[in-house]
Design a protein around this ligand. Structure first.
Ligand code: NAD
Length: 440
């Protein structure tokens, strides 16, 4: 993989640092100007990005706009609407021993030069949404798109310099060698989205410079369903949440956790829901995406033997098509339950009831998201109180991350730190403590 930027990573970082030192990125007018320019890029070149997303992942135009382009526009609009408010210094009460004339407050300072590393599954949104926060906070930004979504990476590398301030924003394309070279540099924050193995590489590199990190990782997000829920609604929402982007979504429901009677009720409904959403042949449905590459296709097809196929189970390697698949009677020790699936396979695992479900979740890594489909107040409350996850969704998968006023991030193996809306400002700023004691 060759970097399209003729500059070496060290030169890029040095150039951006010099620009940051001039104070260029500090004024709120520069920040909002950059956000407006980014918005203009998304509206003027949305089609170009949608084409790239289709080339990389078979995303439909509707899906590309909904989950990547318009999503980022909304994040920009929310930030533009509130930035002045968020940046307002916050007064802090002063203790009596400092006298009544002393005042104290906190203010947000930009961090400096920050690095954003994005994955391939939402290759535009997951690069640009953190960049929105980094710019709003007044930083210079190095953005590293994923080499596994090459069309989107190339489009972003072409468009970003055409719209944003090239003195303070740079795109570095490339794979492991280029990212490794970038990580050798000193940044003031590193924001990484991807898998936990590379997350550890990033954190180790950051430790050399005592650089703080945000790690947006993944994991197996369970969907707990019980007898009290409307199973037609549950099946429809599970199918739409799971099979969006062919299951390659970090917060997709990874598996269904339920009791045997509910599992039996869900099986035909999930099969019907797949037909309702994608038709009898999802391969010909323009709404259904493709697996990112052959390596992931082969990894996923190897998981199909982990249970009884309720629907799907077929694929076409040449087309990187894997049917929306539901597996029943899945043993918790089977391969499909040993790793994050990150593809269109939904296993159903059965437990005796709520106690066992909570134990099952707590025996495993803390998930990025946990979904609860239940009308039982006890089940809803106990799962919130007795489990830990990055986010918790009652009744609807994925949607919590579209609420700009909610922090989005993981806990434990699913990550550290969070972003979106004002949480992005927090992530990409230093909250400086200020005390003012008059000399008079
Ligand atoms: P990926 O392979 O695109 O890797 C992510 C980034 O890391 C890329 O930019 C890549 O160039 C870089 N990278 C890869 N190997 C590296 C190395 N050895 N050293 C330095 N950099 C390296 O994407 P992925 O990791 O396959 O993404 C899928 C994972 O990301 C899943 O686990 C998913 O759950 C998670 N994810 C999390 C979120 C979230 O918001 N929490 C969002 C999307 C995906």
């Amino acid at each position: 993989m060759t970097a399209t930027s003729p500059e070496q990573p060290a030169d890029v970082v040095a150039r951006l640092r010099a620009a940051f030192r001039t104070g260029r990125t500090q004024p709120v007018a520069w920040r909002t100007g950059q956000l407006r320019d980014l918005r203009r890029m998304l509206t003027e070149k949305g089609d170009e990005l949608a084409d790239a997303l289709h080339a990389d992942l078979g995303k439909s135009r509707t899906e590309a706009f909904r989950t990547e382009i318009d999503f980022t526009v909304r994040e920009i609009d929310h930030t533009l609407d509130h930035l002045d408010d968020w940046l307002r210094p916050e007064p802090a009460p002063v203790p009596a021993h400092l006298g009544t004339d002393a005042t104290a407050w906190t203010r947000y300072d930009p961090l400096g030069v920050v690095l954003v590393i994005a994955p391939w599954n939402y290759p535009a949104q997951l690069l640009l949404a953190p960049v929105v926060g980094a710019l709003a906070a007044g930083n210079a930004v190095v953005a590293k798109p994923s080499e596994l979504a090459p069309a989107t990476s190339a489009a972003l590398a072409r468009l970003i310099p055409a719209y944003l301030d090239t003195e303070a924003v740079a795109v570095v394309e490339g794979g492991i060698p280029e990212t490794t070279a970038l990580l050798a540099e000193r940044f003031d924050h590193i924001f990484y989205t991807g898998n936990g193995t590379v997350g550890r590489v990033v954190m180790r590199a950051a430790a050399e410079h005592l650089t703080p990190v945000t790690l947006e990782l993944g994991g197996k997000s369970p969907a707990f369903v019980d007898a009290t829920a409307d199973h037609d609604v549950v099946a429809d929402r599970l199918v739409r949440g799971k099979f969006l982007n062919a299951g390659q979504t970090c917060v997709a429901p990874d598996y269904v956790l339920t009791d045997p009677a509910t599992a039996a009720a869900l099986e035909p409904r999930l099969a019907d829901a797949v037909k309702n959403v994608y038709g009898t042949d999802p391969q010909t449905s323009g709404a259904y995406g493709r697996i990112v590459n052959e390596r992931h296709f082969d990894r996923l097809t190897a998981l199909l033997g982990s249970g009884r196929v309720v629907v799907g189970g077929t694929g076409d390697r040449a087309d990187k098509y894997l049917a929306p698949t539901v597996l029943a009677d899945v043993d918790p020790a089977s391969p499909v339950m040993r790793e994050e699936i990150f593809g269109p396979i939904l296993p159903i695992v059965t437990v005796a009831g709520l106690d066992e479900a909570i134990g099952f979740i707590n025996d495993r890594d803390k998930p990025l998201a946990l979904y609860v489909f239940s009308e039982s107040a006890e089940a809803r409350a106990r799962i919130a109180d007795e489990t830990s996850s990055g986010g918790l969704g009652y009744g609807l998968p994925l949607a919590h991350l579209t609420v700009s006023d909610l922090p989005f991030g993981g806990v434990g193996e699913s990550g550290m730190g969070n972003y979106h809306g004002r949480y992005s400002l927090e992530t990409f700023s230093h909250r400086k403590a200020v005390l003012d004691k008059p000399l008079g």
